[in-house]
Each structure stands twice: as C-alpha cells, then as structure tokens.
Design a protein around this ligand. Structure first.
Ligand code: MLT
Length: 229
C-alpha cells in the first residue's frame, strides 16, 4: 500500500526529502499561491511558471510572460498582477504565459524539484488531484507551504481532506502529521470559513483588506484539471 506523509512546514521538508524521486508531491498553499495557479489554468492560461525569486520572475517578461507576485501578501511594485485568484480572469489570462513568485508557495515548489511527480493543488481542483494521486498509486508527500516556515491551519486542513479520501482508496499512513491533518479536516469540513476565521493568514487578509480572497480560495472543484510542474 502506498504511504502518505505530510510536511507541516518547509522547515521540516529535509526530514521527508529522502527518495523524493519515488514520491508524488503535492505543494499546498491555499491562501493563496496554489489556488491562484489553479485558477489561472482554470481560466485558460497557456502556462503558469513558479519562480522563487523576484529578479528571475521579472526577467521572464522578456520571454513574453505576464509577471505576478506578492511579498507579505502585498502585490510587487511594477508587476502585472499580485497573487489574488480574483485577478486571473479569463479575458486577461486566456492563452497567456504567467510567471508567479510568492512569499512561501513558490519557494516550496522549488524545494521539491526532482520528485517523481510534482503537483500544486487547492480546493478548486481537489477531486481531480485525488484521482491523479490514486491513479499514480505511489507514495505521496503533501507539502504545506505554511507562512515563513511556520505552520498554518488552511494548508494542513486541505492535506487532511486528501488524506481522508486516500485512506479509503488503498493508501496508508504511519505519520502523525497526516493523522492530525485528517482529524483537523473532519473537525472543520462542515464550515471551513468559520473553522479558519481565526487563522493567522485570514487575520493578515483583514489587515490588508483582501478578505474577499478567502471565499475564492475555499471554492470546491471549479476545475477538473491537474497542474503538474
Ligand atoms: C504565499 O505564497 O506565501 C501566499 O500565497 C501569500 C499570499 O499571497 O497571501
């Protein structure tokens, strides 16, 4: 039976990076990077490229990419977009190549280069992601991007939602982080908005007056595709 492991923050990734080439990795940054990446594809973007640093992101403008990014939740000066999923409308991104750099999510994506399969996912394509993981039928590493190496609630709850289904589909786990994540999901699934209301990043949204992004990030299955990097 394939094993499930959960990386609660990037600071713990080194404890799970052994045999990465045998594992399928899902990078999770619900608020907002991986949700935004899924929404860009949902709205017909030709490509979305995750870039760890801002200089390299800006350079990609010369190769015809639209550039997007934030630091500390705030749009980067001079970029075409910030990191709100609500900015990536169909009439803006359809057929376009986009380069994105964020505080946490794109760093986590860069860290797991070399994985057997590397995906980004969010609630907006959770069912498609689940089916792909089951089809691949190999060990899974759920990589929560967190916030500046700290744990965050929303990424772990999403991991728990995947774990809850994988355990019913011939996957297993001996990883306490995965067991805890599943229990968090079962506790919060009936009303995620309420369950996440006190979460640090939701408070950060309020301080930045971007609360409306929470609803956009908690929509389920608006996209039936899978984003592999
Ligand atoms: C991140 O990568 O850190 C987040 O997506 C930050 C944000 O956009 O709110």
């Amino acid at each position: 039976m394939p094993q499930i492991e959960t990386v609660l923050t990037p600071a713990l990734f080194h404890l799970h990076s052994k045999n990465l080439n045998l594992k399928q990795v899902v990078v999770i940054d619900i608020l907002r990077a991986t949700t935004t990446m899924v929404v860009a594809m949902e709205n017909g973007a030709k490509e979305i490229k995750a870039v760890a640093n801002l200089e390299d992101t800006l350079m990609l403008k010369n190769e015809g990419y639209l550039v997007a990014g934030e630091r500390n939740g705030v749009k980067v000066e001079g970029f075409d977009f910030g990191n709100s999923p609500q900015e990536f409308d169909k009439h803006i991104v359809e057929g376009k190549k986009i380069a994105l750099s964020t505080t946490n999510g794109t760093k986590a994506i860069a860290a797991c280069e070399g994985a057997k399969f590397r995906y980004v996912s969010s609630f907006r394509n959770i069912t498609a992601m689940l089916h792909k993981l089951i089809d691949n039928n190999c060990d899974v590493l759920l990589f929560c991007a967190g916030w500046k190496d700290k744990f965050n609630l929303e990424d772990t709850v999403f991991a728990g939602a995947l774990i809850d289904q994988l355990l019913q589909n011939n996957f297993t786990t001996t990883d306490d982080a995965s067991i805890m994540a599943q229990r968090l999901w079962l506790q919060g699934k009936s009303d995620l908005t309420a369950f996440l209301a006190d979460a640090s990043h939701v408070q950060r949204f309020k301080s930045l007056h971007i609360e409306s992004d929470l609803e956009a990030c908690l929509k389920f299955d608006t996209y039936s595709g899978v984003l592999s990097l």
